[in-house]
Design a protein around this ligand. Structure first.
Ligand SMILES: [Cu+2]
Length: 91
């Protein structure tokens, strides 16, 4: 019985899951690039926080609980800002 309750709790926690999306981006070279991309993603309702690592050419997005951003939207936001997406991973 305890095991069943524990499983139910784990599943319930899973539904409130926020997602971390890592996008590898080409063309970001300075702090202005980083700020521009951050601003673009903050306009997306599903996005909770954004951080840009220029050295790693990586944009990290954290979504709000129960929300996600599909690959097409991630690509569109970055492409519209003038950069190229080389890879998108999620965890
Ligand atoms: Cu720049």
């Amino acid at each position: 019985m305890r095991i069943v309750i524990a499983i139910v709790l784990v599943l319930a926690a899973g539904t409130a899951h926020a997602e971390t999306i890592l996008a590898s981006v080409n063309g970001m070279v300075c702090a202005f690039c980083a700020t521009g991309i951050e601003k673009s993603f903050k306009k997306q309702a599903a996005v909770d926080s954004v951080s840009v690592n220029l050295e790693k050419k990586l944009v990290t997005l954290n979504t709000k609980a129960d929300q996600t951003l599909d690959d097409a939207t991630v690509r569109k936001v970055i492409t519209s800002a003038g950069y190229t997406v080389t890879d998108i991973t999620r965890k």
